[in-house]
Ligand binder design. Structure first.
Ligand code: UT7
Length: 332
């Protein structure tokens, strides 16, 4: 399904927050039957950031949002959408608490769960709120603590996941502005619901190889659809910003689409898979370290549990960013 908003949503702020604690592959090899070589060669991951008990998903969301609000245009936020599959509790949603901690009590605020595609679903929701006249400025946060999900003894899942949060601010604007979000392509397939499933604590189950295949196919197809919907050729893409689950997945996607290495953004070596936080943390890091520049025609695409997938276009705005999110600015 494609949602094209009547009035455009324009990105005017971006931020990210990662825990201070790093868990390297060497840390994992000390307690699991695995090797740095296996993890890095099969996934691209070298380390990940893992929150301690004193840092909740809500805390990460607040920190990312604060950075997005201080580093972008001065705006008054009128609604908040938080994408997460790892809220601190089932009920209530964490978004109202995040809003209150940001001094925004009273605004519409809700959570949204769409696995690792959550951030794109949240962008589409925010663009819809703007088009509907509900809000002129919407704060969108992707926050996850995926490291809490695997059985700590499971070498097939523990190395893959980390924790973090990223945020963007969207305001009402016009399609010809830099920062304008294009049509958002979204999809789901519940027949694959069992391919990645989790209950807390410690029971994440995933058919990795099958998920890998779906991820490549769905992200490639969604990217083509989003580019077409925006009137772009694939060759117009200056930067591909894919959800970071496995560097082999993103390489396959880029190869299928003909996007050369220097146009791909990645940070998986540093963060692992951080779910709904993946794309905004990637964008914040790449913008801060200069890999993503104002005017770059950027294609965002994601795939995750559900199954869910999505993609959209974004012409990167001119933001003055000073904070490089820890770990988010390094190799693919
Ligand atoms: O955000 C969306 C959600 N997730 C994803 O997109 C993940 C998608 N899937 C993947 O990224 C990959 O499938 C994995 C990284 C999960 C696994 O890589 P793979 O190349 O598909 O490996 P595999 O599952 O086929 O396992 C190959 C071998 C197995 O051993 P045998 O049966 O061949 O003897 C595994 O037991 O590698 C073994 N293995 C490990 N060995 C050392 C699995 N995990 C490890 C490990 N260390 N950590």
């Amino acid at each position: 399904m494609t949602i094209a908003s009547g009035s455009a949503a324009v990105v005017c702020g971006v931020g990210a927050a990662l825990p201070s604690r790093i868990v390297s592959n060497a840390d994992l090899t000390a307690r699991l039957n695995t090797t740095d070589d296996w993890i890095h060669s099969r996934t691209g991951i070298r380390r990940r950031y893992v929150a301690g008990v004193d840092l909740s998903t809500t805390d990460l969301a607040v920190r990312a949002a604060e950075q997005a609000l201080t580093e972008g245009e001065p705006v008054r936020v009128e609604a908040l959408v938080v994408a997460t599959t790892t809220p601190d509790r089932c009920c209530p949603a964490l978004a109202p608490t995040v809003a209150t901690r940001l001094g925004l009590t009273g605004i519409p605020a809700c959570d949204l769960a769409a696995g690792c595609t959550g951030f794109l679903y949240a962008l589409a929701t925010a663009a819809g709120l703007i088009a509907a006249g509900t809000a002129r400025v919407v704060l969108v946060v992707g926050a996850d603590r995926l490291a809490v999900l695997p059985d700590p003894e499971d070498r097939t899942t523990v190395p893959l996941f980390g924790d973090g949060a990223g945020a963007v601010v969207l305001r009402r604007g016009s399609m010809d502005e830099t920062g304008a979000l294009g049509p958002v392509v979204l999809g789901s397939d519940g027949t694959g619901a069992d391919l990645i499933r989790a209950s807390i604590p410690g029971t994440l189950e995933m058919d990795g190889a099958e998920v890998f295949r779906h991820a490549v196919d769905r992200m490639s197809a969604a990217t083509c659809q989003a580019a077409t919907a925006a009137g772009w050729e694939l060759g117009d893409i200056d930067r591909l910003a894919p959800h970071q689950a496995n560097s082999r997945i993103t390489s396959f996607v880029a190869r299928q689409l003909g996007v050369p290495d220097h146009r791909q953004l990645g940070n998986i070596a540093e963060t692992g898979n951080i779910g709904a936080a993946s794309i905004p943390v990637l964008l914040a890091g790449a913008a801060a370290d200069g890999r993503l520049k104002p005017g770059h025609r950027t294609l965002l695409t994601a795939f995750g549990a559900g199954l869910t997938w999505g993609a959209t276009t974004l012409t990167w705005p001119d933001l003055s960013l000073t904070h490089l999110p820890r770990g988010a600015g390094h190799d693919r």
